[in-house]
Design a protein around this ligand. Sequence first.
Ligand code: ZN
Length: 206
Amino acid sequence: MFPQLGRALTLAFRRATSVLDSFSRNLILGNRAAASVIAATHLDGRRVARSTHGVLLPTRVTLTAAEAVAWRREGVRYAERSLELAAPVLGGGVSKFQAQSYARTVLTQSIWNGQDVEALRIAETTEAIWKEWVRAFSREEHRDHHDDLIGRVIPTNELFVLPGGPNAGASVFGPRDWNGVSDAGEWIECGHALRFSREARVRNAA
Ligand SMILES: [Zn+2]
């Protein structure tokens, strides 16, 4: 378990939910305001990583000006990709409920992506060459094959092999490796993450 990460993510998800109504409307209309919200949640995800992984690995908590610029630029780029993906889904006329549900997923994934990207960046800069598959927080999740990987520690540059489920045998960098497995069913509502360390340590599962 990585409860600090779970708590920080829960707060970030709550912040995103507070703007869900207006975000959902703007997303359907393809407004720039929607891109701003996605970019902001991406930044929020990065802050989550900084405040959690940054404690485990020796890294600065404060941002340099150059980092702040890079974060913002990457957030905007991520937002543009999200809007491109959303256009065909929402363009065909969906119900308010469907739009809100999709909008919620967009923001959740944006936070997760920010945290995944920043956690990896912290690992790289601190030369944390081991990664462990962990559960960020307990939740209703029905992917036993993800839980089977909990506690597995491998070198960061190696891949995990999904031990079950519809994509069994696929190699992935970690949870939400969309390049490795581009199946939304595998990653949406996935509560797992990677925890990086500089030494190989076998921790207690779950
Ligand atoms: Zn999972």
